[in-house]
Design a protein around this ligand. Structure first.
Ligand code: SIN
Length: 350
């Protein structure tokens, strides 16, 4: 009986205390919710920047550099959130995510725009650029301006970023002569010119997202692929391959895109800071992409047992002859003036 009375008294005291003071949990919740990252979050501008490569590649490093310049120069008022390795969107859906404003910035390989904007195929022509100056002149001159003008409303082309020449890897035989491409099944980016290039060489192809390449090499669905040395190294593609040919048969670079509605709502001051930071980052990636790819080649040679072959001048001529029809097919699509510009660069820098 005594126990029942004690329990009733305890409950009653609890009810009376709660009614008296009210159920004010604010103090407890306040301390749980506090997070200095969230301080002033409503005033912060957030740029979600999605890309598909690893952090230690030219694009991965340029993205981080850009983010830190922006943080420094806006005193943290603009925050660039980087989603690398395709963790937020992959190469198949990042463009639509940008267009629809789910993210504000991407930097896809130019090849990934070629199905939407056929003139962009000009950049994928095999052996289009004899050296890095030719690439630079293409990106920063008439070709780059013409291509950026092709983009659609709500997608703003900011600049081109550099990676490097593409090289061939394979597992069944070294890719030295065009005839070696027979029986090679190659992963390609979604690009009609790249597809024609491999068909002209005698290989078969499958388009697939970048981050599916490793698994498809592992299960032998494909037995070859082309990419820059930094992509081959950072995604371990070389570990599933026996041969690497340094062929420099095409160039892989990027276009940096922003959601235009987002851009036009930024203050003039913020737009100026972003423009300047992008200009500096472009300059940085132009100067460092070659050395990053060279370092990755050294790492590949150090850690892997694959055979590395440098295409000789004669072999290069044979590859070039084999892909000549690709130029003929592409001219009506990209138009005479862009093709003439490619021929002009080839003559100037050959
Ligand atoms: C990239 O460098 O962004 C990926 C290129 C690829 O899909 O091979």
């Amino acid at each position: 009986m005594k126990t029942v009375a004690a329990i009733s008294l305890f409950i009653l005291t609890g009810i009376v205390t709660a009614l008296w003071f009210g159920f004010d949990l604010s103090e407890a919740t306040d301390s749980l919710n506090y997070d200095d990252e969230q301080e002033g979050i409503e005033d912060k501008v957030v740029i979600k920047f999605s890309h598909v490569v690893a952090e230690n590649t030219p694009k991965g490093r340029a993205a981080r550099r850009f983010a830190s310049l922006i943080h420094e120069r806006t005193d943290g008022d603009i925050k660039v959130e980087i989603y690398s390795n395709g963790t937020l969107y992959n190469d198949q859906n990042e463009y639509d995510a940008l267009k629809n404003g789910h993210i504000q910035m991407i930097a896809p390989a130019t090849s990934k725009l070629t199905e939407r904007f056929p003139k962009w195929q000009v950049l994928d022509l095999p052996f289009a650029f004899p050296n890095y100056q030719a690439v630079e002149e293409a990106y920063e001159g008439t070709i780059g301006r013409t291509l950026l003008d092709q983009l659609e409303p709500n997608v703003k082309g900011m600049t081109f970023w550099y990676n490097g020449y593409k090289q061939m890897t394979s597992s069944d035989q070294p890719m030295i002569l065009p005839s070696d491409f027979n029986r090679t099944h190659v992963r390609i980016m979604p690009s009609p010119v790249i597809e024609s290039q491999f068909h002209a060489l005698g290989a078969s192809t499958t388009q697939m997202p970048f981050n599916k390449t490793y698994n498809n090499l592992e299960v032998d669905f494909i037995n070859g692929q082309e990419n820059t040395l930094s992509n081959i190294y950072s995604k371990n593609l070389y570990k599933e391959q026996d041969y690497l040919t340094i062929s420099d048969h095409g160039y892989l670079g990027y276009v940096v895109l922003m959601n235009d509605e987002f851009w036009s709502k930024l203050s003039n001051e913020h737009q100026a800071i972003i423009t300047q930071a992008l200009e500096e980052t472009t300059d940085w990636i132009k100067r460092h992409s070659i050395e990053i790819n060279d370092t990755h080649l050294r790492q590949i040679k150090r850690t892997a047992s694959l055979d590395v072959h440098y295409l000789t001048k004669k072999q290069r001529v044979l590859w070039k002859e084999a892909v000549t029809p690709v130029y003929e097919e592409t001219e009506p699509i990209v138009g005479e003036s862009l093709m003439q510009e490619i021929y002009r660069l080839q003559e100037k820098y050959q």
